[in-house]
Design a binder for this molecule. Sequence first.
Ligand SMILES: [Zn+2]
Length: 173
Amino acid sequence: MRQRAARDQKRLDSGAVTSPKDLENLQHEIASLARRQSDLEDVVLEVMERREAAQERATELTGRVESLQAKIIDATARRDAAAEEIDKEIATITKEREVIAGTIPADLLKLYDKLREQQGGVGAARLYQRRCDGCRQELAITELNEVRSAAPDTVVRCENCRRILVRTPESGL
Ligand SMILES: [Zn+2]
């Protein structure tokens, strides 16, 4: 378009065009080309501005993605470390349980395991201030008397939840 405008201008300046109507047409075309060029320049400017804004946004988003990736890496590392700790703890507790289980009579261990399965993982409960720590129910007087008179090595059980009751100095007996 610029070339065409330059060519028109050259023709105008050369004096080769002499007819007033042709001259007028030529001048009109030159003016029209100048307007179009100006419009196109505006469009180019706008496109450049939009491209700049898009680049800024892309940079910002890239930064956010990088920050999130760093957070994911950090969280993954912490999760793995925690899982490792838990695995170690499970191994230790399992070993401890094996040692303790070895000291308990087989039939009592069998009863405990059965109750534990039935009672949501808790087969034995502490008797604390006349209350079963398993079901939180307070023992009735007659039940309490039975527990009181039972020999220390007798297995006593909660009448409500059937769990094995563990007597301690804080049992309230
Ligand atoms: Zn109970």
